[in-house]
Design a protein around this ligand. Structure first.
Ligand SMILES: Cc1cc2nc3c(=O)[nH]c(=O)nc-3n(C[C@H](O)[C@H](O)[C@H](O)COP(=O)(O)O)c2cc1C
Length: 322
């Protein structure tokens, strides 16, 4: 089975992806957070920092596009193709109100006629692999049936299903029943996404839904970045460097790499660097036993030096758990 890193806006940036790959990788595919097409001829500086191949060396990256205008999707996909990308992903899952109110992301699922015209157009005019990341529907789970019928009319490289409706946001549990139906109905390869936190969770998906060719992991991976690599056991890497096996050592190396890269990208601007790092910690502190007190201090840090001291203290305090 294949493992994919989910796109997480603001978090799974090129900096995060490459550090992950060198410390815990490889992942079979890395999906970028969504790109919103614009009318400029090329990507802007922020987008280039995430998309350009030199920032994603050695990784299979799939850029994701968020739009409900086929001409915008086509123009952006062609630009990505010029940068060497072989696959793009259509975002039909974003539940955020600002996105949905414009009929984009999961909001696009509310107008299947328009979606069909959009898909007709992009599949006709593009010569690049296209995958889709979709919710089960906008309001009701029953929408999934019509949606899968629609997806079946197009040769998607894969359909990645996050089996919640837009209305559910991230509440409750992702619906295994929806996913089962999708597996039964789909003619395209299918990938599961939602609430996977352990390798057992992932293997259970494969066992229960044998049509599954891949799983995509988001928050579970941010909280415990080591969880897939510790189970997959990259034997070659371990044999070459047994010390690397230690979870805390790897996490520390990972953090150092992400932090240094953000310091460089933001010219050590304290506010920007700390904002990025705190977002990562808001998930990852879960990995650290008894870290509430120091976690609070990290979240409150306003200076890089103060932050650095707190983080090294945190890793030092993990020695008994090695
Ligand atoms: C902070 C945050 C940012 C996200 N950004 C994106 C995004 O840019 N594109 C997308 O398709 N999904 C995005 N998602 C959804 C995730 O990719 C994923 O579908 C969702 O978190 C469910 O998977 P999980 O339970 O493994 O986290 C985001 C989710 C979160 C919490």
């Amino acid at each position: 089975m294949k493992y994919y890193m989910a796109p997480m806006e603001g978090i799974t940036t090129a900096i995060y992806r490459t550090a992950y790959d060198s410390c815990f990788g490889p992942m079979d595919k890395y999906f970028t957070p969504f790109l919103v097409p614009h009318l400029h001829k090329d990507f802007n500086t922020k987008e280039r920092r995430d998309i350009l191949p030199e920032y994603n060396e050695g990784l299979y990256v799939v850029p994701q596009i968020l739009t409900n205008q086929s001409e915008d999707f086509i123009r952006t996909a062609k630009l990505l193709q010029q940068y060497g990308y072989q696959e793009v992903n259509l975002n039909l899952g974003c539940p955020s109100k600002t996105v949905v109110s414009k009929g984009r992301g999961a909001g696009f699922l509310g107008d299947l006629e328009k979606l069909e015209r959009f898909l007709d157009d992009i599949f006709e005019k593009l010569d690049i692999k296209i995958s889709v990341k979709s919710r089960s529907g906008l309001m009701e789970h029953e929408e999934l049936f019509e949606l899968m019928e629609l997806y079946n009319d197009f040769p998607f490289t894969e359909v990645i299903l996050h089996p919640r409706t837009q209305r559910e946001f991230y509440k409750g549990k992702a619906s295994r029943e929806d996913y089962q139906e999708a597996c039964r109905l789909t003619v395209n390869p299918i990938c599961y996404n939602g609430d996977l936190r352990t390798v057992q969770d992932c293997e259970q998906i494969e066992a229960v839904f044998p049509g599954t060719q891949a799983v995509m992991v988001g928050r579970g991976l941010l909280s415990r970045p080591y969880f897939i690599s510790e189970s997959r056991k990259n034997l070659e890497r371990e044999a070459a460097s047994p010390k690397e096996e230690n979870r805390w050592h790897r996490l520390e190396k990972f953090h150092h790499q992400v932090y240094e890269a953000y310091c460089e990208a933001y010219d050590r601007d304290e506010k920007n660097v700390l904002f990025k790092m705190k977002e990562i910690w808001s998930y990852e502190l879960e990995s650290f036993p008894n870290s509430e007190k120091i976690g609070k201090k990290i979240k409150k840090a306003v200076h890089l030096l103060e932050y650095e001291k707190l983080v090294s203290h945190l890793f030092l305090s993990m020695a008994p758990y090695s």
